[in-house]
Design a binder for this molecule. Structure first.
Ligand code: UD1
Length: 344
């Protein structure tokens, strides 16, 4: 019998790629999403990629009664992957209460209802933002948690603590916290990818929208960082590779392979690339010249962060596999496909 997995935020960017990988591995997926930052068409595209239509229910994780009814309707859910969250750093500074409510109350609702309905596993979508500006690079899971620089980042830290405290209290839940570095790229089918609302805040969607002519110019934020070329350094992780880490985490929980009831893994490549290096690789991989301009720093940016993924590599048997060239090419092909579909 196929085991049922609930994926919150399953029509979103990382969620949709993860649903496909779960289905490819034989899981039955139930998606809930409030469609605040995605659309129901994504379900059609998931079906086109995997050949299986996941169950989809439009539901907000803030809706406790609705969630309660969902667990009763789809009995036997074995574990949850919790992606659903607000994720724009800048917006979180302007609307902190919206972020605290959306991101924290959603998790509390899920944890309470997991106990009620006998769901014992959760994989949580965390972020390298919890490390702030790390003292040592590459950053390991043992690096200290630094005070968050935005309400968004704070919700990730608080949610990690909520999960730990809940499990410490004796509730029979196993959890895996996946700290993602910078997820980029799109599905090789060009049927799934990142679809930002309005002007993108993240580097890659802004870059590909510039390359295709939707935006005039990419602003590179900062040239005076303490890095070889002066621009910030990040660990860019392919979204399909990242999605696969979730399937391994679910397998690990369901097969009782965990070494502790809460485990934490860095999900990155282990390679730091500067913003300027990334632009140059994009230009070479796609043959497209990018119009960009170096401007001042963006407030709140981390200078450099990249993962030590050794623990995920050895313990999960997971490794980032896709080259940065292929990843950037996939992001570009996705942007071209969006134009073909008349989107943006
Ligand atoms: C941020 C968050 C991260 C979150 C991610 C997704 C922090 C510290 N990081 O990552 O937790 O998961 O957003 O929302 O809170 N850049 C430009 N020009 C642009 C856009 C970006 O030069 O137009 C640069 C930035 O200065 C940065 C790099 O590109 O150095 C990556 O930026 P971005 O894609 O926004 O991700 P992060 O800020 O690393």
């Amino acid at each position: 019998m196929k085991e049922k997995i609930l994926v919150t935020g399953g029509t979103g960017y990382i969620g949709s790629h993860t649903v496909v990988e779960l289905q490819n591995s034989g899981y039955e997926v139930i998606i809930i999403d409030n469609l605040s930052n995605s659309s129901a068409d994504v379900v059609d595209n998931i079906e086109k990629v995997s050949g299986i239509r996941p169950v989809f229910e439009k539901l907000d994780c803030l809706d406790y009664t609705g969630l309660d009814a969902l667990f009763s309707k789809y009995k036997g859910i074995k574990a949850i992957i919790h992606f659903a969250a607000s994720k724009a750093v800048g917006e979180s500074v302007e609307k902190p209460l919206l972020y605290y409510r959306n991101n924290i109350v959603s998790l509390i609702n899920l944890l309470e209802l997991m106990s009620k309905h006998g769901v014992n596993g959760i994989v949580f979508s965390s972020s390298c933002t919890v490390y702030g500006e790390p003292d040592q690079l590459p950053v390991t899971e043992q690096a200290p948690i630094k005070p968050a620089t935005s309400p968004y980042g704070n919700t990730k830290q608080i949610n990690e603590e909520i999960i730990r405290d809940t499990i410490t209290s004796g509730v029979p839940i196993d959890a895996i916290l996946l700290r993602y570095f910078n997820p980029i790229g799109a599905h090789p089918s060009t049927l799934l990818g990142e679809l930002p609302n309005g002007v993108p805040q993240n580097l890659i969607p802004y870059l590909t929208q510039t390359a295709i002519g939707i935006r005039e110019k990419l602003s590179v934020f900062g040239e005076d960082y303490n890095t070889p070329d002066g621009s910030c350094i990040r660990d860019f992780i392919n979204v399909v590779d990242l999605a696969k880490a979730h399937v391994i985490a679910i397998d690990r929980i369901l097969n009782g392979k965990q070494k502790a009831k809460v485990e934490t893994f860095n999900i990155g490549t282990g390679r730091g690339l500067s913003v300027l290096e990334l632009i140059s690789i994009f230009e070479k991989a796609t043959g497209v010249k990018l119009n960009y301009q170096i401007v001042g720093r963006r407030v709140g940016d981390i200078e450099k962060v990249w993962a030590n993924p050794d623990y995920a590599n050895s313990e999960l048997g997971w490794k980032a596999e896709t080259s940065i060239e292929d990843t950037l090419l996939s992001a570009w092909k996705w942007q071209l496909k969006l134009r073909e579909r008349g989107i943006q």
